[in-house]
Design a protein around this ligand. Structure first.
Ligand SMILES: [Fe+2]
Length: 216
């Protein structure tokens, strides 16, 4: 557990963690990709990046814990779809209303689809952690099939989503915000995007499409 300070008392962080952990475990069969393994990885890395960039560490930790609760509400959904559940978890854990709405804004800011170069330091820390999970070399091998199953989308849809949402950020130099993260993980990110671009291209080949439909 990471002890937070500042805007969110340590006891509230622990309470949010317990509530999200319970939800993840009760919904584990549905959350093959966005389960506790994802939340705890993103939380730990987000706290690391927040300590580096001077963000509000406690706020980042709580935002990381609740950033993907939308997948508990509806598959293949957006952060906004989880807003009511997110705010309810935070309220039940004793997080002040103003702080809870700030947490929700950080989650929205860090969303891959819409994030930009000038998001807040808190959103940068969360984004770097979540982006790192996407760029891990093991993710396309081990976790991508779980993403497809969880969200009910095809490999073609996932490949187009990844390339469509991530290529611009990568090419424009804000795939990662933290310079250390960029230096450490840029090779993984580039290889990952290249792999997904190759998957997009391979699916244009009718024989590859036929092969995939044959294996289900
Ligand atoms: Fe995430």
């Amino acid at each position: 557990m990471v002890i937070g300070t500042g805007t969110v008392p340590a006891q509230s962080i622990k309470d949010v963690e317990t509530r999200v952990w319970r939800l993840c475990h009760s919904l584990a069969a549905r959350l093959q990709f966005h389960g506790w393994h994802h939340v705890s990885f993103v939380r730990d890395k987000a706290v690391h990046f927040a300590r580096r960039n001077g963000a509000d560490v406690a706020l980042v930790e709580v935002a990381a814990l609740v950033h993907d609760v939308n997948y508990m509400v509806r598959r293949n959904s957006l952060p906004v779809d989880g807003r009511a559940l997110r705010l309810s978890i935070l309220a039940d854990a004793g997080v002040a209303d103003l702080v809870a709405h700030r947490v929700d804004r950080v989650v929205e800011e860090a969303e891959m689809r819409t994030r930009h170069r000038d998001i807040s330091l808190e959103a940068q820390a969360l984004s770097d952690a979540d982006t790192l999970f996407k760029a891990l070399p093991v993710t396309p091998v081990v976790l991508a099939p779980k993403y497809l199953a969880e969200n009910g989308i095809t490999l073609r849809e996932l490949a187009h989503k990844i390339v469509g949402e991530q290529r611009g950020k990568h090419d424009e130099g804000y795939y990662f915000y933290d310079p250390e993260a960029a230096a450490t993980y840029a090779r993984w990110a580039t290889a990952n995007l290249e792999l997904w671009q190759c998957i997009v291209e391979s699916l244009e080949d009718p024989e590859v499409a036929e092969l995939l439909s044959a294996v289900g």
